[in-house]
Design a protein around this ligand. Structure first.
Ligand SMILES: [Zn+2]
Length: 476
């Protein structure tokens, strides 16, 4: 079955290769070189956190990449472009701002086909929305989920995102989408699901047993809400987390109703449940976390549980406001990341507008600084997802890079003596598309075009599948 979908992707979505040298003068290929090194040269503004987590802006720097890994970050005048196989000229035509590839700590890629299907007119709250969702999800085939995930992930990539945590009930469609898009994907599979009632922790063991080497997505465990699991499931989740060092992710304390339901069903609050089963660890990622007490915040912070803030989703579903300042006051800022959620919760799948939403949501009390927002999209997210080799532009890190055109609306004007004004513009102007995107040393977006997926064909296929899905839902 997977082979059939793989063939279909190859046949109907593959991008046609285009000549770098002729059309794209920014990429200079030196023929006859033996080593496969890349030089990103003459970067006017490079933003990254350093080893000490300090946010830095480097002017006129170059990055040397080999084998998908960043080898050197050096002043441009120290680099010799003649030495490299490929030179990307970041200083040309107004220049490029380079940042680490952004990290999306919470999303539901197979739901992409549901954009417009659920414009939230069907439900007023998150609880009503969730109740309405399974009839759409069940109307999708594995091929639909796969194409959905490809649509979702490629949209994220165009917005500068290079790593995505996917939370859903199926494994294969996400694995196939990771292969097709080359995105770094954490493939969190639900062990208790409304749309897939057959799912259980045993499914994770089966996937591990049958795993064809090498998988391109990283397997993890998901649970929509903690209250959906019984003691047996939670014990198994803990066993799996310990045995295989797997990440575990859940929506936590997302609404008042969810908070109360957990107490009504289990006599315990969600944080207490996680604590009881040994799941308050740095390998657990809790999204939303709105209805948590001061004591619970302390516990989450002390145990380094990753927290994903989804301000747009929280507002759209009338869920409530994430207590950001309480987490920060409890010294929990370094474990707060951002997520897009699925298209049902935030139609535009980008993190820059989510960072801006974070800024304006919490202005009532203090100001979330641009540097803090930048960290939420990069180093905090990498820490939260246990990916120490991502989220920074430093030697030894994976080469995940986002290239933003400097001579662009929303960047200009800025204060050249204070480059942080540039970062402020990047965030406050909302979502924008990258000019180029590199994942593990490979250009996945080149001159605004996806190098793996033919987007025109993808959009046509998604539209066709969406209409077919609508017909199936109406018939039911
Ligand atoms: Zn979610």
């Amino acid at each position: 079955m997977h082979n059939k979908i793989i063939k279909k992707i190859r046949h109907s979505l593959s991008a046609t290769p285009f000549e770098d040298d002729i059309q794209h003068t920014r990429y200079k290929k030196a023929s006859g070189r033996e080593r496969n090194d890349i030089l990103i040269h003459n970067i006017p503004y490079l933003f990254t956190c350093d080893e000490t987590e300090k946010l830095r802006c480097f002017r006129n720097y170059s990055i040397v990449i080999s084998g998908g890994i960043i080898q050197e970050v050096i002043p441009a005048k120290k680099a010799n472009p003649g030495k490299y196989n490929l030179v990307y000229e970041a200083g040309m035509r107004g220049g490029i701002v380079v940042t680490p590839g952004l990290i999306n700590a919470h999303s539901h890629p197979p739901m992409y086909l549901m954009r417009s299907a659920m414009m939230l007119d069907e439900g007023e709250s998150i609880d009503e929305t969730i109740a309405a969702m399974p009839r759409w999800e069940r109307a999708m085939t594995d091929e639909d989920y796969t194409f959905s995930a490809i649509g979702d992930i490629t949209e994220q990539q165009k917005a500068g995102i290079t790593t995505t945590l996917s939370h859903f009930a199926v494994y294969w469609p996400i694995e196939l989408a990771a292969r097709a898009t080359k995105q770094n994907v954490i493939n969190a599979v639900s062990v208790a699901s409304n749309s897939h009632p057959e799912n259980s922790p045993e499914l994770i063991r089966e996937i591990i047993k049958k795993q064809e080497a090498p998988a391109e997505s990283q397997l993890a465990i998901a649970l929509h809400y903690v209250h959906r699991a019984n003691a047996k499931i939670l014990e198994e989740v803990k066993n799996l987390q310990s045995e295989y060092n797997l990440l575990f992710t859940c929506h936590m304390a997302e609404s008042e109703k969810v908070e109360k339901k957990c107490v009504a069903l289990h006599g315990k609050r969600e944080v207490e449940m996680l604590e009881k089963y040994g799941l308050l660890t740095n390998r657990t990622i809790a999204s939303h976390s709105i209805y948590v007490t001061d004591r619970e915040i302390k516990k989450l912070v002390q145990n380094k549980v990753g927290i994903v803030h989804l301000p747009t989703s929280n507002v759209i579903h009338k869920s409530g406001t994430f207590p950001l300042w309480k987490f920060i006051d409890a010294a929990g800022n370094s474990y707060i990341a951002l997520g897009t959620d699925g298209v049902v919760s935030k139609s535009r799948l980008d993190l820059l507008s989510e960072a801006y939403q974070t800024r304006i949501t919490h202005l009532y009390s203090r100001t979330v600084k641009f540097g803090s927002l930048f960290k939420m999209m990069t180093t905090n997210a990498a820490r939260t997802l246990n990916m120490p080799n991502r989220g920074k532009i430093l030697p030894g890190m994976q080469a995940d890079l986002a290239f933003w055109k400097l001579k662009d609306r929303g960047f200009i004007p800025f204060d050249e003596k204070n480059p942080m004004t540039l970062l402020g513009n990047l965030i406050t102007h909302g979502g924008r598309a990258v000019r180029d995107l590199m994942i593990n040393g490979e250009f996945i977006v080149k001159s605004r075009r996806h190098t793996k997926i033919n987007e025109s064909k993808l959009l046509a296929a998604l539209q066709k599948k969406h209409i077919a899905m609508r017909k199936r839902v109406i018939k039911k």
